[in-house]
Ligand binder design. Structure first.
Ligand code: AHR
Length: 481
């Protein structure tokens, strides 16, 4: 074959491959409107959800009497509410596991199912120790689990809240444990796993209570590690303070390319990232998963619907499982926002000053139709799909029009119009989440370099929305809800 023909053929092959890649990248990554009816599961706390390659969500949690390791599965998150349950382990009437069983976790490692949990003797219900059980069936609901075996950490003391994750092919185990060096209830530790049933090498402390908001109602609590590997970072959300309305989430951050066993690799954010608000009390100890589109990140947590648990913060059974979308702010860190109340199933973009929602006014489908403020209703005009398109920005699509929130004409003039236009990925439709504290956020438009603004601080129905230089004031503060 002549060289010229060979070159032409090779060129054709390369061009075909490139075309295929371009076509694939041009296909919008799946996303979805996130609607959740909270609470999703009543009286299930410390909820762990693991989405498996078989398409099922596997869920376990603490149960009110702390006497079982319960498992359920469903193909949708809402489906977990009514899913059948199975007991992977039931506490015996005596012995080392006859007391309380807390905070199971479920993982699929090396071709088998594993559940990790803490348990205590009936004679000393707080003397918790870590255990593991295994199930080799494809569907772990369908056959028996092995008998519990100790998961040893290297020293004997109150230990709880097992979790694990994989980063760059290395499996890590994280947990909370009482340290002999302090009077705090718990510190947080990480170690590499040895297979699926133990740890090996260095045990590193990555957090201990240092802030007052970690010591409310207790000597000091950092527990409930929830790992998330995203955007080249490794995050561990954790729970702090007493398990009443003072319970809240904190956040540890590291990088996916550093030594995670070096304490200096971890940064603890100085403020809580998720806490009581909107009639949701003591949110904490959950896990992360993805929605049914396998793309949209979801936060799973428990909370109560009232402030004062009775008879106490542990034996009050009404910590219910709740879920909502997890966002990522402009620097790529997770942004938790505020708990969404039980009355909201289709969260809008609600203004702090107006307490009204960003609305496709009059259901106007005309290209360029302006968005305005209106009473929050949860109808399609106020439903927005936050489609995470890159480390720092979202495309925000309206359910009624199917079009995207847009800095019309990519204006950079103060008080510019904001409307809806065919989604095109342009910078006029790129919105960055700015963390403004206490779960409030601003939306900065990339083209205009300005923030979504309640123009003239007008709280009335039909009030105009605009873009204005970002100032963090109430007219530019929003929450999902
Ligand atoms: O829910 C039981 C225990 O209470 C969990 O293990 C811990 O996270 C919380 O303090």
């Amino acid at each position: 074959m002549a060289w010229s023909t060979r070159i032409r053929l090779r060129t054709a092959v390369v061009l075909t491959a490139v075309a295929g890649l371009l076509a694939a990248s041009a296909q919008a990554a799946p996303a979805q409107f996130v609607t959740v009816s909270n609470p999703v599961i009543s009286q299930r706390a410390d909820t762990a959800i693991y989405k498996h390659t078989d398409g099922y969500y596997y869920m376990t949690a603490s149960v009110p009497d702390y006497k079982r390791v319960e498992l359920r599965r469903a193909t949708t998150l809402q489906g977990l509410r009514s899913a059948a349950t199975a007991n992977a382990f039931v506490a015996p009437s005596s012995g080392a596991l006859s007391g309380w069983i807390w905070a199971p976790d479920i993982r699929f490692y090396d071709g088998a199912w594993y559940m990790y949990f803490s348990a205590s003797p009936g004679t000393a219900r707080f003397d918790q120790r870590l255990y593991w059980i295994r199930n080799t069936c494809a569907n772990p609901m369908s056959c028996a689990w092995s008998a519990p075996q100790r998961f040893t950490t290297g020293w004997e003391s109150f230990q709880l809240d097992p979790a694990s994750f994989v980063n760059r092919g290395v499996r890590y185990f994280v947990w909370a444990q009482d340290s002999p060096d302090t009077n705090f209830n718990s510190h947080m530790y990480i170690a590499r796993m040895n297979g699926a049933t133990g740890i090996t090498g260095t045990v590193t402390e990555i957090a201990r209570p240092t802030f007052n908001w970690e010591k409310e109602g207790v000597a000091g609590v950092v527990e409930g590690p929830s790992p998330l590997v995203k955007n080249g970072r490794v995050y561990i959300a954790y729970s702090a303070s007493a398990t009443d309305s003072r319970y809240k989430l904190g956040l540890l951050s590291s990088w996916d390319n550093v030594d995670l066993l070096n304490p200096a690799s971890w940064y603890k954010h100085p403020n809580p990232v998720f806490q009581t608000a909107n009639g949701v009390y003591g949110p904490g100890h959950g896990s992360f998963t993805v929605a049914e589109d396998n793309t949209t990140d979801m936060l799973v947590y428990h909370a109560r619907d009232y402030a004062t648990p009775t008879p106490d913060a542990l034996t009050d059974p009404n910590r219910h499982t709740r879920m909502q979308q997890l966002y990522f702010r402009d620097n790529g860190d997770p942004f938790f926002g505020q708990p969404i109340p039980s009355t909201v199933t289709a969260p809008g973009i609600r203004g702090q000053y107006s307490n009204r929602c960003v609305d496709n006014y009059n259901f106007d489908t005309t290209p360029g139709a302006l968005v305005r403020l209106y009473d929050c209703s949860g109808n399609a005009a106020q439903e927005w799909e936050f489609n995470y398109k890159g480390v720092s920005w979202y495309e925000i699509r309206n359910r009624n029009t199917g079009t995207c929130l847009d800095d019309l004409n990519s204006s950079t003039a103060s008080n510019a119009d904001v409307g809806l236009y065919a989604c095109n990925g342009s910078t006029a439709q790129r919105w960055e989440i700015q963390d403004r504290g206490s779960g409030w956020f601003s939306l900065r438009n990339v083209a205009g370099n300005m923030c979504l603004d309640d123009y003239n601080w007008n709280a009335a129905n039909g009030a105009r929305l605009s873009l204005y230089p970002c100032n963090g004031l109430g007219a530019q503060l929003w929450r999902r809800g």
